[in-house]
Each structure stands twice: as structure tokens, then as C-alpha cells.
Design a protein around this ligand. Structure first.
Ligand code: F6P
Length: 321
């Protein structure tokens, strides 16, 4: 392996820069040239490249976002787009690609590998919804950001004895909402993995809290479970409270990565290059029981990830019903 490319694709996540840095520095250590591909798969189609060296990844381990920019590409979803991307790899003499991103990024990697390009995926998404890995880069930072924001909301909700409905990201998954909900001591947590029932999951929880003496309530809603606006309206209509709704949105995607995300990203970036250097292809780098491992991309994506049942049970007990 003489030359590899590195790109970030899909929604950005804090820690992606740390992963890029680890890829570049590990490649250099192994005398492998590393080319940066800007704007994800779209950039690979367009040949949007930049040289990478030790200096170009200096002082980025602490920075959120991605220095390589990111994009979601419709063209890359077509065989024509994938062919163009594969041709760029041939033209540039790339022996492999490290693709840092989420589910969509890995599906792209699968497609590209069918055109004979060696790809290794590094999971970077705040959603933590990649089936084969316990954690994805960015989840820990996003969770801590959401917790900090909700703690602030809680102060004012307590003063005014109000109900707060907070919408947390996570796309179709509830990992972020569940984790954050437990961390902030929410009154109720709504996740898409459990069919939303206003009476059971919200009204009964608020009622139990009120009967227990509470006068402020924090409802955490995963964006994939329900709209926080709708939940707020139902609370007003059925319980007569006057809730305030907050959608945390892209705040959760920015900011300096936590130590956990930096270390995870560095370990994964290192492993990605090691895997390519050993001639392996079509792999996803995962963390399982705190060990960095690599799994076949097709097998990895075919697995089914469920919410942590114990964490969900803990949340159910803590929310009082
Ligand atoms: O996948 C990361 C994520 O932040 C999801 O939680 C969210 O649903 C989506 O991306 C938002 O995408 P965009 O940045 O395109 O609005």
C-alpha cells in the first residue's frame, strides 16, 4: 500500500478531526502517502483533493467539525457516480480509502468496494446508530453538550415551576436521548424504539412526579420518536400545563470533542490504516468491550442494534412509573 485517501462524509461529529489526524500520522509512520479528499463522496467524484502531512493535522485534535468538510451526495448513490469515484481512485493511484462517517457513509463504502476500491469505515456520528460498534465518534461529546444545555433549562424550569420539552437528535435512533435522559434525571424519555403513547409515557410520568411533590418536569424527546412541539401541545391540552419547547438541534453537533471521543477517534484512525496496510478491505472499525476490532462491512451493517435494555430499564425506574 503506497497511497491512501481519507474523507469525512454525512453529518459531522466532534472527534472527526482527531480521526483524520490519526489516519494521516499513522500512514506517515508506515511510509504511506495520505491524500485528503474534501466534501466526502462528492469530493471523491470531483477529485477534490488536498495533500496531507503532519503539519496539516497539527492543532486539530481539539477542534469540532471536520477540516476536510463534509457533504451528502445524491450522485454517489448512483452506479454512475460510484464509477466516477472509482475512476478518481485509479487516476490518483489510491490503494485504499478511509471513510469517516455514519450509516450512509458506510453504505457508500459498500457500493464503492464493488468497483474494486478498498475501503475501511471509521464510525463518526453523534447518533451512535452503527450496529456493529458499541460507540461512535462524537456521541460522547454530543451527549455532554445536550446534558449541559438541559441542566441550564432545568434551572429556569425550577424557578418558574414549569414543564420543559427538549428534542434531542439521533435520527431514527434513541441512544442519544436515552443516555441524556438518564444523565439529566428526566421526568420522561421518549425513544423511537418504543411506540409513543402519550398517556403511558408522558401523562402518567408527569402525574407521578407531581404527586411526589415536584413542580417542574423535564421531558426528553428523541427526534425520531415524536415532535417536541406536538408533545408540548398534548401536555398543554391534556394536563393543563404551559410547557416550553426547546429543540437542541445542531448545537449538539459542534464543539470541542471530549477526551473520550478524541481517544476513541485516535485509536480507530490508527486501526483503519493498520487494516489497510495489511491488505484488508471492506472493513468497519469498531469498539467492543473497549477493544478496537474490525469487522466485515456487509456483516457489520446487517446486524441489528437494539437499545441497551438495562439502560432503558434504569430510565423506566428512575422516571417513576
Ligand atoms: O446523523 C447526524 C444527524 O445530526 C442526525 O442526528 C440528524 O437527524 C441529522 O444528522 C441532521 O442532518 P442535517 O445536518 O443534514 O440537518
Amino acid at each position: 500500500v503506497k497511497r491512501i485517501g481519507v474523507l469525512t462524509s454525512g453529518g459531522d461529529a466532534p472527534g472527526m478531526n482527531a480521526a483524520i489526524r490519526a489516519v494521516v500520522r499513522t500512514a506517515m509512520k508506515n511510509s504511506i502517502e495520505c491524500v485528503g479528499i474534501r466534501r466526502g463522496w462528492a469530493g471523491l467524484i470531483a477529485g477534490d483533493i488536498c495533500p496531507m502531512n503532519s503539519g496539516s493535522v497539527s492543532r486539530i485534535i481539539n477542534r469540532g467539525g471536520t477540516i476536510l468538510y463534509t457533504a451528502r451526495s445524491d450522485e454517489f448513490r448512483t452506479p454512475e457516480g460510484q464509477k466516477k469515484a472509482a475512476n478518481t481512485c485509479k487516476l490518483l493511484g489510491l490503494d485504499g480509502i478511509v471513510a469517516i462517517g455514519g450509516d450512509g457513509t458506510f453504505r457508500g463504502a459498500q457500493d464503492l468496494s464493488r468497483f474494486g476500491v478498498s475501503v475501511v469505515g471509521v464510525p463518526g456520528t453523534i447518533d451512535n446508530d452503527i450496529v456493529c460498534t458499541d460507540y461512535t465518534i462524537g456521541f460522547d461529546t454530543a451527549a455532554n453538550t445536550a446534558v449541559e444545555c438541559i441542566d441550564r433549562l432545568r434551572d429556569t424550569m425550577q424557578s418558574h415551576e414549569r414543564c420543559s420539552v427538549v428534542e434531542v437528535m439521533g435520527r431514527h435512533a434513541g441512544y442519544l436521548a436515552l443516555y441524556v435522559g438518564v444523565a439529566v434525571g428526566a421526568t420522561a424519555v421518549l425513544v423511537p424504539e418504543h411506540q409513543y403513547d402519550f398517556e403511558k409515557h408522558v401523562a402518567e410520568k408527569i402525574r407521578a412526579a407531581r404527586l411526589g411533590g415536584k413542580t417542574n418536569f423535564m421531558i426528553v424527546v428523541a427526534e425520531g420518536a415524536a415532535s417536541a412541539m406536538d408533545v408540548g401541545k398534548e401536555i398543554k391540552e391534556h394536563l393543563g400545563l404551559d410547557p416550553r419547547v426547546t429543540i437542541l438541534g445542531h448545537i449538539q453537533r459542534g464543539g470541542s470533542p471530549t477526551a473520550k471521543d478524541r481517544v476513541l477517534a485516535t485509536r480507530m484512525g490508527y486501526e483503519a490504516v493498520r487494516v489497510l496496510a495489511e491488505g484488508m478491505t471492506n472493513r468497519v472499525i469498531c469498539v467492543r468491550d473497549d477493544q478496537i476490532v474490525n469487522v466485515d462491512i456487509d456483516e457489520g451493517l446487517a446486524m441489528k442494534k437494539t437499545l441497551n435494555a438495562e439502560e432503558f430499564e434504569v430510565m423506566t425506574v428512575m422516571t417513576g412509573v
